[in-house]
Design a protein. Structure first.
Lengths: 270, 325
């Protein structure tokens, strides 16, 4: 029964979101790709003026800032897209008037959310692929591609992003606000998780906060699997930590989501 | 059998005093409501806006947790085991919600069917027969956003039957529909109960609708059950008051006074109130013949004479007055 709900939800989301606007999806893919890379390029040329402090390569594991920041930006794009859409699903159902009818049915929520996540992963991957192609044009170079590490990093990252989505979803459903909630979180992620600059540049206190967000470890793992730079031990330790952290998010997220659902149904007038 | 005992729901809302502070306010939306629904019966839950109908229905459909009281479904504690109950019930609401507008009718039903874990071959047949039943089979592949109000409402009925529920809850299903579609819907509701043996709870604020459809009626006012009974039992309280709109050529105060005197002779409790054209006459007794007779006797030319549907507000006012005495 879980599988039925999973596939049905993938399909439904596809129909509702993409089928209706296939052209705008393609356009948005292209523009996202260009903006992501343009942003990285501007970062490099305006902020750093092409000169990097000597400790950059020490922290970053690579001296190539362009590649560093493009991989970071792509990960950020992935987080934003997944978390945004997965966490927003129930609020969207609420707004479109289908939350009632959805909740009437006796189905497993996890299959529903995973279905959403799966579709989102596929569409974001398409977007990313285009971003990476454009990135090559902007000077992205992949030095040490290690497929095994990459696959593990992607799986763990998805797991972590799913956890964040659940927590964010609760907040959205509870506050009935998507805009402030999501933008606060995304700004935090952008600043604290080592997206465009090594997190070691931040004050210690902020580094600790950053460490509580699974994105920090995810971006490190992904970057290393593409650009190299971490010892095998460090890599495994980071992977472990990401797994544990994400599990905590998910274990907390599900019961909280149930609560948030109940509150949303209570708040609903009419 | 569905049986609820002393069901209550209290909402807590935050009211903002100013920018910084707020206080919590309790809204007692439903108070100590008890009712029973059997298979094959149409039960009416009658009440004006804000009476607590939707809140009651949401508790019965397990969407809301009751603040107090018990709810048993075929002997199962429905508050404790909502998942078991969900399989056996469904809900149809008035308005245009509860459907994915960007999907087609077929796709909507298919998705909801998947949520209920219905086997694909069974589901296919059921979707076809439901869409045929509500007359949407030819339009099954058009997106719902292109549907008219009436078509959406019919699709909602199909959606509400997708899991072949034993009990169907309908929350003001005819709201905003025109007379033709309303009577079609009434027909379908009757068939669901009579032919398919489904237990139906229907809420409404139209007296006439409940009078036409329901075997047993509950009247809710301010969250409390004011009165309950079969249509026959309630007739004296709710459905008897006759109301007629009446006007004659050259109607003035004098005519009205004459009419009032005659009416009081006919029915000591009769009442007259002003309308934009002529007057509205209310009585426990038959009015049309009386009014026609009055005009004839006094030599007036009738301009307007028609019976009005008794209004729910009137019935509730009368009942509340009696309850206080
Ligand atoms: N989600 C809610 N939060 C707070 N108060 C509510 C909510 N829903 C309904 N109410 C209040 O509860 C009372 C009953 O509402 P409702 O059940 O919607 O009545 P009806 O369906 O008969 O119009 C009303 O006073 C309404 O304002
Ligand atoms: Mg209502």
């Amino acid at each position: 029964m879980g599988a039925k709900v999973f596939f049905a939800t993938v399909w439904k989301e596809f129909r509702v979101r993409l089928h209706a606007y296939p052209i705008s999806f393609m356009v948005s893919c292209l523009t996202t790709g260009i903006y992501t890379n343009l942003g990285a390029w501007l970062m490099y040329h305006c902020f750093f003026e092409g000169r990097l402090s000597s400790d950059f390569s020490l922290y970053a594991g690579t001296g190539d800032y362009m590649s560093y920041v493009i991989v970071g930006s792509c990960t950020y794009l992935f987080v934003v897209r997944t978390c945004l859409n997965v966490s927003r699903t129930l609020v969207t159902e609420l707004r479109e008037g289908t939350l009632d009818s959805l909740m009437l049915a006796p189905f497993h929520r996890s299959a529903y959310f995973l279905g959403n996540m799966a579709l989102q992963t596929v569409t974001t991957s398409l977007e990313l692929l285009i971003s990476v192609l454009i990135g090559l044009f902007f000077g992205l170079q992949i030095y040490h591609f290690s497929p095994g590490k990459f696959i593990i990093a992607v799986i763990l990252s998805l797991y972590g992003f799913f956890g964040i989505s659940m927590m964010l979803g609760c907040l959205m459903l509870y506050t009935r606000n998507t805009y402030i909630t999501q933008n606060t979180l995304f700004s935090l992620i952008f600043l604290l998780c080592g997206i465009t600059f090594p997190k070691e540049y931040l004050p210690k206190a902020l580094q600790y906060i950053g460490a509580l967000l699974p994105v920090t470890d995810a971006v490190d793992l992904l970057r290393t699997s593409l650009l190299g730079g971490m010892t095998a031990e460090d890599w495994s330790a980071t992977a472990m930590r990401l797994f544990v952290l994400s599990s905590i998010y998910i274990l907390m997220g599900f019961p909280l989501m149930e609560k948030a659902e109940r509150i949303a149904l209570e708040k609903m007038e009419g | 059998m569905i049986s609820v005992t002393n069901l209550s729901k209290t909402y807590e809302v935050k009211r903002r005093d100013n920018f910084w502070t707020f206080h919590k306010e309790k809204i007692h939306a439903v108070k100590n409501v008890s009712m029973r629904i059997e298979k094959g019966e149409i039960i009416g839950l009658l009440g004006i806006n804000g009476a607590g109908k939707t809140t009651t229905i949401k508790m019965l459909t397990t969407l809301l947790e009751p603040t107090a009281g018990s709810y048993s479904f075929d002997g199962i504690d429905a508050v404790e085991y909502p998942q078991k109950v969900k399989k056996e019930i469904n809900m149809i609401a008035g308005g245009e919600r509860m459907l994915y507008w960007r999907l087609s009718a077929y796709e909507n039903l298919w998705y909801y069917g998947q949520l209920y874990g219905i086997q694909n071959t069974v589901l296919k047949e059921r979707i076809q027969s439901l869409l045929q039943m509500v007359g949407l089979w030819e339009k099954a592949n058009l997106p719902v956003e292109s549907y008219s109000k009436g078509m959406k409402q019919r699709l909602q009925i199909a959606r509400g039957l997708i899991n072949n529920p034993n009990y169907v809850f309908m929350d003001e299903p005819t709201i905003g529909l025109d007379a033709v579609i309303t009577s079609e819907l009434h027909q379908q509701v009757k068939e669901l109960a009579r032919k398919q043996e489904k237990g139906i709870l229907l809420t409404s604020h139209y007296l006439a609708e409940v009078e036409e459809l329901c075997d047993y009626i509950y009247l809710l006012s301010n969250g409390e059950m004011l009165i309950e009974g079969t249509k026959k039992e309630l007739t004296d309280y709710v459905f008897t008051r006759k109301q007629c709109a009446f006007s004659v050529k050259g109607m003035d105060k004098q005519v009205e006074e004459k009419l009032f005197a005659a009416l009081r002779e006919y029915d000591t409790e009769g009442e007259i109130s002003e309308m934009d054209k002529g007057v509205l006459v209310t009585s426990e007794r038959e009015l049309t013949a009386f009014l026609a007779d009055f005009a004839l006797r006094e030599g007036y030319v009738i301009q307007e004479l028609y019976q009005k549907e008794p209004s729910l507000e009137d019935a509730i006012m009368k009942l509340s007055k009696e309850a206080k005495q």
